[in-house]
Design a protein around this ligand. Structure first.
Ligand code: PXG
Length: 465
């Protein structure tokens, strides 16, 4: 058997990867021609590739490595648990200490009466759980027709058949027969791109008002729940106008619709409190969690459920669960991660220092001639690239071309910053030091300079009509 290790030349690793490894959300042919970037190590906030290049990771992996890379305590927790009890299930009236302890801890951290946890292996699985749970809830209450879930265009809730249906990404719906029936999408509160001449405040109310209209059109006896990310992440870090969430909350309360806050990205300190719901004043019945729950060190997700919904679900046999629901090793790792986030004051520090420091620097990027706005909450931010900031104009050329160029300049300058269309996004580890934040923003500015120069040279600074 070939020993495939870090010591193989990059080209050889890339060839093996292209031959055998199918990547998520990737055009395999394009990747084969180019060769995947091979990441071999990471420490703190820095990634190292197989050629020895270092990158500051402004995406915390995929929005998840909240405590940063290389924390031995989590490795120790995993090893300890795997020696003691590597696996047992939580079906058939059994349990184990890591699942008990993690559920208790999450109930303590979660707001309100969100006191019950259904574990999954990922955010997608947890949202699949939510679909079945809210429908079962209403069926148990004698209203099986109350089964429509309202979500939003451009939302991301995962890529399984159920969670991908909740999501509002049309390019995903085009593959594999999504969405499933009885999911309805309303427009997103994306003022910059879609707000036209209205003020952000008016626009927030208008977009929230679509929920009320949908409930009336579909019939309140048909609508089970509304699901939304407190701040849309994968859609481009879209921070809703301040009027949006209070109005959504009012509407859910008025019609008795279950509210699911998808906290997969916003949870565990990202917005400066434990959950985005705390930061934005949302009172959900269910929260979806994953990613930062284990800082990405182990695959885990879950639904944190309020007393009322849990009571109704617990009154029947909810025929649902995953082999790895409450996996002991992943629970032990998540617990250790939560201990570090809490005891080291990392979440508090995002609110008191790291967040405000990053925000001030980040907002400075709005002064760059290629940038229209640079909104940020806690430690998740975005910048809109535009040929004409005053008009909030799109580029006449292909949407996303400028963003892609900017991302490439970031990589070449030792920075991982993602693009979503022509929006650049960051979600760095919460443990960044001030000087690492300075480096992040300096490198982002340099990448913007280089992108602007390239766009000008290629004649791509034309605005769309
Ligand atoms: N909900 C939200 C809000 C997410 O951001 C999921 C659910 C699904 O979680 P899992 O663990 O099944 O992936 C996510 C995941 C991107 C990107 O490109 C974002 C996610 C996943 C992959 C890529 O921004 N978010």
């Amino acid at each position: 058997m070939t020993l495939i290790s870090n010591h193989l030349p990059t080209a050889e690793l890339q060839a093996l990867d292209a031959a055998h490894h199918m990547h998520p959300f990737t055009n395999g042919g394009e990747l084969e021609a180019k060769g995947a970037r091979v990441i071999t190590r990471a420490k703190g906030v820095t990634l190292t590739d197989s050629d020895g290049n270092d990158y500051l990771d402004a995406m915390a992996g995929l929005w998840c490595v909240n405590i940063g890379y290389g924390r031995d305590e989590l490795a120790e927790a995993a090893a300890r648990q795997m020696r003691e009890l590597p696996y047992y299930n939580t079906f058939f009236q059994t349990t184990h200490v890591p699942a008990i302890a993690l559920a208790q801890k999450l109930a303590e951290l979660a707001p309100g009466d969100l006191n019950h946890v259904f574990f999954a292996g990922s955010g997608s699985e947890a949202n699949d759980t939510n679909i079945r749970m809210v429908r079962t809830y209403w069926a148990q209450k004698g209203q099986p027709e109350k089964n429509i879930i309202i979500s939003r265009k451009n939302a991301y809730h995962g890529s399984s058949v159920g969670s991908g249906s909740l999501g509002g990404m049309t390019f995903m719906h085009e593959q594999g027969g999504l969405p499933i029936p009885n999911v309805h999408h309303i427009d997103q509160p994306h003022w910059w791109a879609e707000g036209g001449d209205t003020s952000p405040e008016e626009f927030g109310l208008e977009r929230a008002g679509q929920l009320e209209k949908a409930i009336k059109d579909l019939g309140v006896d048909r609508v089970a729940a509304f699901i939304a990310e407190p701040i849309q992440g994968a859609g481009g870090v879209i921070i809703p106008p301040e009027t949006y969430w209070p109005e959504i909350q009012r509407i859910c309360d008025k019609y008795g619709i279950l509210l699911i806050a998808d906290e997969v990205i916003c949870g565990f300190g990202r917005t400066g409190s434990w959950f985005g719901s705390n930061t934005l004043g949302i009172r959900p019945h269910i929260m979806t969690v994953a990613k930062g729950l284990s800082s990405g060190y182990a695959p885990i997700g879950g639904s944190i459920v309020c007393d009322e919904v849990a009571q109704v679900i617990n009154n029947c046999e909810f025929a649902h669960g995953y082999t790895y629901s409450g996996h002991p090793m992943t629970c032990a790792v998540a617990l250790e991660n939560l201990r570090i986030l809490q005891e080291e004051g990392i979440v508090d520090r995002v609110a008191s220092h790291t967040g405000p420091y990053l925000q001030e620097k980040w907002r400075g990027l709005a002064e760059h001639p290629l940038v229209g706005e640079a909104p940020i909450v806690g430690m998740m931010g975005s910048i809109a690239l535009t040929p004409d900031a005053a008009r909030r104009a799109k580029f006449a050329a292909d949407q996303g071309a400028a963003g892609l160029k900017c991302r490439e300049h970031c990589f070449r300058n030792g920075l991982v910053m993602r693009h979503v269309g022509d929006r650049m996004i960051i979600s760095p580890p919460l443990v960044m030091t001030d000087s690492e934040i300075d480096t992040l923003v300096d490198r982002a500015w340099t990448a913007l300079d280089l992108t602007l120069a390239q766009l000008k040279k290629e004649g791509l600074m034309e605005a769309a009509e």
